[in-house]
Design a protein. Structure first.
Length: 616
């Protein structure tokens, strides 16, 4: 029994949210009809969120330490759940961070992942036939390139890249970060990134994350703008009508995305209800946490999963990942303690603790420059002196250990890999091939992370964006050559580029060798070895490795047409040359006759006019 009264569909009000939608909201609306099955769905959602909260508890305690020492501004809900109307969000959060080595290393690692995997300055993915033996015509190749460029244009127009910059920071430090991709009326797509402490995840039987629950705060005006006045409960409506400061009062909004399985109804034993129509693979529900109104804020169905959960590495069926921040946490704590002790050492060196006679207990004393402290040194009494002498050379072992710990932190965040060229020491690469092979070698350690990102985040995100663009009629229609042809996504990540660059450099060296051998064969008068190489295919593959635009090359039909024109021109030139050779004896004879004198003129003139007189 579908919840028809809840209006579950493919369209949600938040797809058009913004100032325009908010302006159109009325100050009154009829009360929504109570959905008879909403109580069962509400109980299911609240109970499952409570269960997921219990499973997440130990992860939350670990995230708390990671946030405290690496990324304090991206953490929430250390008390276990989100609270509304808290006024301490601007408090200083970096009290535990004295040495910022770990923070800077995490930022560098996240920036390297962002620029290497989703760099907005260059195409970072494309499309190709999933079957290697498929030959595409020019229309098919141009469609693949055009489709990729249009998707990249949509990504650039939206907030995708700015969201991904924060996404990689969360994955680097906390090991996990979910990304929500919504359809949007203004930007085609809109991305949202839940904060650590807001979300709960669960994995399916394929050990991939297919369930996302979260809780977050929205003000009254944000709730009305996102879900419309009509869909808001009475409490929110009244505050919106009141206006003023009431518009900024917060509520905790709960959000659930999960597979669209049936749930039990309390109205009949064993009776099942379908939340949204069965054609949808996933369902989404928004509601106010702990407040069972007459209907939810929003209920929507999805044909494909609208969120992706990025993880640095996974273990068994855990929905949450583990990242470099967990590896570097111990070193980060150690470097904070040692840096604090180093500061104490320096302070004791320049501001040592002092000793003085008991008689000076109530007398003014100071070690500040320009100040005077009067002491009685009669009868050999001790003066106002340091309690002990700090030896400056004793600081060296502590400083050296801090440097070693800092290097370990950088290694945990793969800084030697991301800054390999900048920090390169010793013998420098002598040519492009050596540099490329060094790049490939240093990036091997990131191979599993890159593959996991492509499989769990990039691929599903691109497929979802394709479906959104197809529904909006943005992508061009498939040409006949691609209809029924399975396609795959090809990535140009750091490791992929290094691999392709190594192949490209090897091909370039091969071209040079082929040219030298070809010249040597011609000089020796032996068959040219370059005849064994398909030069057209070699050049096409070389250009593909270097991402050369297909629009800047001729199609096979155009190449064939140009070859035919050149062949015709060569044939015409050959015929003209042959005709010229045939007429050459006559021209020579005429020249001889014109130079043979006779009475009053030349022999040629006599033959042509029958007269020996010039011009006769």
């Amino acid at each position: 029994m579908p919840l028809d009264s809840l209006k579950g569909s493919e369209v949600a009000p938040y797809e058009a949210m913004g100032a325009t939608l908010l302006t159109a909201q009325p100050l009154s609306a009829p009360e929504p009809n109570e959905a008879p099955e909403w109580e069962a769905l509400f109980n299911h959602l609240e109970r499952r969120m409570a269960g997921l909260r219990s499973w997440r508890w130990t992860w939350l305690s670990t995230w708390q330490q990671l946030g405290t020492y690496f990324l304090p501004r991206r953490s929430k809900a250390w008390q276990g759940q989100i609270q509304a109307n808290t006024y301490n969000r601007g408090n200083y959060l970096n009290d535990a961070i004295i040495d910022s080595t770990g923070c800077l290393a995490a930022t560098t690692c996240a920036s390297g992942m962002w620029s290497g995997l989703t760099n907005p300055a260059r195409p970072w993915f494309g499309f190709a036939p999933a079957v290697s033996n498929v030959e595409l015509d020019e229309d098919g190749k141009q469609w693949l390139e055009k489709a990729a460029s249009q998707i990249l244009a949509v990504l650039a127009r939206s907030n995708f890249y700015s969201t991904m910059a924060q996404f990689f920071q969360d994955v680097t430090v906390f090991g996990t970060s979910p990304l929500i991709v919504y359809e949007d009326d203004e930007d085609v797509i809109r991305c949202y990134l839940p904060c650590v402490g807001e979300y709960f995840l669960a994995a399916g039987s394929r050990l991939t994350v297919d369930t996302l629950y979260r809780e977050f705060t929205l003000t009254v005006i944000q709730i009305v703008e996102m879900f419309t006045f009509e869909n808001c409960p009475q409490e929110v409506r009244q505050l919106f009508v009141t206006g003023g400061a009431s518009l900024d009062q917060e509520f905790v909004v709960a959000h659930a995305i999960e597979p669209n399985f049936a749930i039990s109804s309390k109205r009949g034993r064993g009776k099942k209800i379908t939340v949204v129509p069965g054609k949808f693979s996933f369902r989404e529900v928004y509601w106010l946490r702990g407040r069972k109104s007459q209907t939810p804020l929003s209920l929507k169905g999805f044909h494909d999963q609208p969120f992706m959960a990025g993880r640095w590495s996974v273990v068994s069926n855990d929905p949450y990942g583990r990242g470099p921040g967990m590896d570097a946490l111990g070193d980060q704590k150690q470097v904070q303690t040692e840096t604090l002790r180093k500061a104490e050492f320096l302070e004791k060196l320049v501001r040592p603790p002092m000793t003085a006679p008991p008689e000076m207990k109530n007398e003014p004393a100071s070690i500040m420059p320009g100040m005077v402290t009067f002491v009685n040194t009669a009868n050999g009494k001790a003066a106002f002196t340091p309690a002990f002498q700090v030896q400056p050379q004793a600081l060296q072992p502590l400083t050296m250990d801090i440097e070693k710990v800092s290097e370990r932190i950088k290694a945990c965040f793969y800084i030697p890999q991301f800054l390999a060229i900048t920090q390169m020491a010793g013998v420098q690469p002598r040519n492009e091939l050596e540099l490329t092979k060094r790049d490939l070698e240093r990036l091997q350690v990131l191979g599993p992370v890159i593959d996991l990102f492509e499989n769990e985040v990039a691929g599903p995100a691109i497929q979802r964006i394709i479906h959104i663009m197809q529904r909006r009629g943005i992508l061009p229609d498939l040409p006949p050559s691609l209809q029924g042809t399975p396609l795959k996504i090809t990535y140009q990540s750091l490791m992929r580029l290094a691999q392709r660059s190594a192949e490209s450099v090897a091909m370039k060296d091969g071209f040079v060798t082929m040219g030298q051998l070809s010249l040597a064969a011609k000089n020796a008068g032996v068959p040219d070895p370059i005849r064994t190489v398909n030069l057209d295919r070699s050049l096409a593959h070389y250009l593909q490795l270097n991402s050369y635009p297909i629009t800047c090359t001729y199609s096979e039909a155009e190449v064939k047409q140009h070859d035919e024109i050149r062949a015709q021109e060569a044939q015409r030139a050959k015929q003209e040359a042959a005709a010229s050779q045939l007429s050459k004896p006559a021209v020579d004879a005429a020249s001889v006759l014109s130079k043979t004198p006779v009475d009053g003129g030349s022999m040629l003139n006599h033959l042509l006019t029958g007269s020996t007189q010039p011009g006769g």
